[in-house]
Design a protein around this ligand. Structure first.
Ligand SMILES: C[S@@+](CC[C@H](N)C(=O)[O-])C[C@H]1O[C@@H](n2cnc3c(N)ncnc32)[C@H](O)[C@@H]1O
Length: 313
């Protein structure tokens, strides 16, 4: 971890600058460290911070403004895995002013300069074993980090979350399965959105487990969690639903969805070393098609969203 440990000051500074170094690619800023190690190859610029804040607003609407779903009373210490723009962490810090919120992220770039005094953000890789003490936290929150978790790390990641929780503490995981679909049969393999999903899921097959969201319940049970509850709900990509609340969610999510398919795929789809090797022109044609489809209510497109909670006995 960059802010602790027994390393000398110069080692800490060089690690610090390695984490901060940017890689400019196709008009976006990426974290060089993350790209080199294929940790989380998604931009870390202002546009991405803005997208994450809009995405957080979508989740607030979906979850009726609730930050924590299980019955966690008066938490003293909360771990936020992959804090991103700190949208969730800042609200948690404000809602629980007596709690210490510790955030971990591989990238420090998306974090705002000013954060509440009870929020401590560190940089570290969630693929490494946690170096927190056992039983330190009342609650662990992990949202939308799946594309950054190595395939073989998943069982250890969930076990580490278990280890750092106090007895009676809860883990809450929220992940999108990036497999665009529609229940009315109109979204075919010829559509840009399906091509996006297929390419995205296949590209990371060797390194990441992008189907892990569908297995979080069994991973949590295997790690020893009890009272595990799992729910899958459609995350609408536009306002196709006849249900007023879902239509509002879809309308709110539309701009995020359009920016998400660009941000998540730009580097993996276009780089020629291990990526799909599309030319920028081919990439932007695909993104433009998929974005048009996000405007099309008749396709009723959605990503499955998985929410799983479990308690450490
Ligand atoms: C899509 S953002 C989600 C941010 C926040 N959890 C939210 O829901 O708003 C994913 C974040 O997880 C971080 N991340 C992904 N893989 C990671 C890893 N292996 N170690 C640490 N952070 C990681 C990314 O840097 C990014 O900030």
């Amino acid at each position: 971890m960059s802010t602790s440990g027994s390393s000398s000051l110069s080692e800490t500074c060089s690690l610090d600058s390695a984490y901060r170094r940017l890689y400019h690619y196709q008009g976006r800023d990426f974290q060089d460290y993350s790209i080199e190690r294929l940790i989380y190859p998604v931009p870390v610029d202002e546009d991405e911070a803005d997208r994450l804040n809009r995405q957080h607003a979508v989740f607030k609407k979906i979850f009726d403004n609730r930050l924590i779903f299980p019955p966690v009373e008066d938490p003293k210490k909360i771990l936020e895995c992959g804090y991103g723009s700190c949208a969730w962490a800042i609200e948690a810090a404000e809602k629980y002013p007596e709690a210490e919120i510790i955030g971990i992220d591989i990238s420090p770039h998306l974090k705002p300069e000013e954060t509440p005094g009870n929020l401590w953000c560190q940089f570290d890789d969630l693929n490494e074993s946690f170096n927190f003490k056992s039983g330190e936290f009342d609650f662990v929150h992990s949202r939308l980090v799946a594309p950054g978790i190595n395939k073989s790390r998943w069982p250890g990641y969930v076990r580490d979350c278990f280890k750092v929780l106090k007895s009676g503490g809860w883990l809450q995981m929220v992940e999108i399965y990036f497999n665009a679909q529609s229940d009315n049969g109109t979204l075919t393999e010829e559509h840009g959105l399906r091509r996006w999903s297929k390419t995205y899921l296949e590209l990371f097959e060797a390194e990441k487990d992008l189907r892990a969201p569908t297995r979080m319940q069994s991973l949590m049970e295997a790690a020893g969690f009890t009272e595990v509850q799992s729910r899958m709900m459609p995350l609408p990509l536009n306002g196709w639903s006849r249900d007023e609340r879902d239509r509002e969610i879809g309308n709110l999510n539309k701009s995020n969805a359009k920016d998400l398919i660009n941000a998540m795929a730009l580097w993996p789809f276009t780089n020629t070393e291990g990526g799909a090797g599309m030319s920028p022109e081919q990439f932007y044609v695909l993104i433009a098609r998929a974005r048009n489809e996000i405007d099309d209510l008749s396709l009723r497109p959605y990503f499955p969203l998985y929410v799983v909670i479990g308690k450490k006995p």
